[in-house]
Write a protein that binds this ligand. Structure first.
Ligand code: GDP
Ligand code: MN
Length: 380
């Protein structure tokens, strides 16, 4: 679950990380009212979950109410890389002496947390990594040991920040690590982390991704959940209790089991198609679940064919086949369907499906052949 900058800053503030005072608003009048309360100059910041807002014109300094009115008016409704700005964050402007970068994320291969710190902040870290990788100081933190103050200090020294920033940076990095661990985040990033002319260190931007699976430990995350922009297709799938992830292609995919569903997405790609989604209908394949899956998939206008890939395990082939037949009777489907049915009692299942086959409903013996047939049937 990705947070907006203003939510990320509220999240940081809870762990004592210094951020600028501000207010999130959705109208120009409220933007002006907020600025009057905060005091000038303020920065008007577009709230979209995409980087590079500054370059896109989504971040503007305002010295008085008129400027807030102009900038908020321009930024609200603006399209930034396909994201429409519905909220702006008005915050007290900061004086900047230097811009740094700091983040924590999980390094799965090292089985440790990875902290990255650089004296080159304010620009995309990928660009720094490409042009001057030595400018990024990395630390691997064993989750059992945690981040000690001594290590944080050595890390800051390795990143060659201005010595004036050392104390503030060490303090923020320790708090950022705590926020990352206790907040169950997958990513916490401050870019830029700034040194002010007065010597204070401060988070000027916030990018936070929380692990949605930890929501049960954090009742307050419901507030973040409520503002998530969901894919319409995912919304419908969610209502039906299906494990669905929307993708951009044209072959609708239905499979039982997350592993098989991922393999199905892979094989569609491999044979030259583009999957429209990932959809795992779980262990069973009742008519109910199958009909729900077909509804979700056919609701996507980009879908030009459907690949149903079922491997019967505990659920027997004949149950799967009956589920498919019943579901097809319930849902109106205009695109061709290709079925691959294998596993326990696959023969019985195929016998049940046989009389229903047509040019719109075909069956293929293997996963690869079925994928190829589904891509061909899509007519692209
Ligand atoms: P991003 O472009 O989406 O990463 O948005 P940021 O919040 O990181 O802002 C981009 C840039 O705008 C920063 O790197 C700063 O240079 C500048 N900026 C943002 N807020 C302020 C501020 O309060 N004062 C000043 N002087 N510059 C700011
Ligand atoms: Mn930024």
């Amino acid at each position: 679950m990705d947070l907006y900058e203003y939510q990320g800053k509220q999240f940081f503030a809870r762990f004592g990380i210094p951020v600028s005072p501000g207010e999130a608003v959705t109208t120009v009048d409220d933007a002006v009212a907020a600025a009057e309360r905060i005091g000038y100059p303020v920065v008007v910041k577009a709230q979209v979950q995409v980087g590079g807002r500054g370059k896109a014109g989504g971040i503007k300094l305002a010295n008085d109410a008129d400027e807030v009115r102009t900038h908020a008016g321009n930024i609200l409704g603006m399209d930034i890389k396909g994201h429409t700005v519905e909220t702006v964050w008005i915050e007290l402007a900061s004086d900047i002496a230097e811009e740094y970068y700091a983040s924590f994320t999980l390094d799965r291969s090292a089985k440790k947390h990875l902290g990255m710190l650089s004296a080159q902040g304010g620009v995309e870290i990928e660009a720094v990594a490409a042009e001057d990788p030595d400018a990024i100081a990395k630390v691997h933190v064993d989750p059992v040991d945690g981040l000690t103050e001594d290590r944080a200090r050595a890390w800051v020294a390795a990143a060659k920040l201005n010595p004036e920033a050392t104390e503030g940076a060490v303090d923020i990095l320790l708090k950022l690590y705590t926020a990352y661990v206790e907040g169950d985040a997958d990513l916490v990033e401050i870019n830029p982390l700034i040194l002010k002319p007065t010597g204070e260190v401060h988070a000027l931007d916030a990018k936070v991704t929380l692990d949605g699976n930890s929501a049960f430990r954090h009742p307050d995350y419901a507030e973040y959940e409520a503002t998530q922009v969901r894919d319409e297709r995912e919304e419908l799938a969610h209502e039906k209790g299906l494990q669905y992830v929307g993708l951009d292609g044209f072959v609708g995919v239905i499979a039982n089991g997350a592993g098989l569903a991922m393999s199905t997405v892979d094989i569609v790609n491999q044979v030259g198609g583009e999957p429209a989604n990932f959809l795992d209908i779980g262990g069973g394949a009742s008519a109910e679940v199958m009909a729900g899956a077909l509804e979700v998939i056919t609701n996507d206008p980009k879908v030009r064919s459907i690949f149903i890939n079922i491997f019967g395990g505990i659920t027997k082939g004949e149950e799967v086949a009956n589920g498919i037949v019943t579901a097809l009777g319930r849902v109106q489907i205009d695109v061709p369907i290709v079925i691959r049915l294998d596993g326990t009692n696959a023969d019985l299942g195929r016998e049940i499906l046989e009389p229903h086959l047509s040019d719109k409903l075909q069956m293929q013996p293997t996963m690869t052949e079925a994928a190829e047939a589904a891509v061909a049937a899509a007519g692209k």
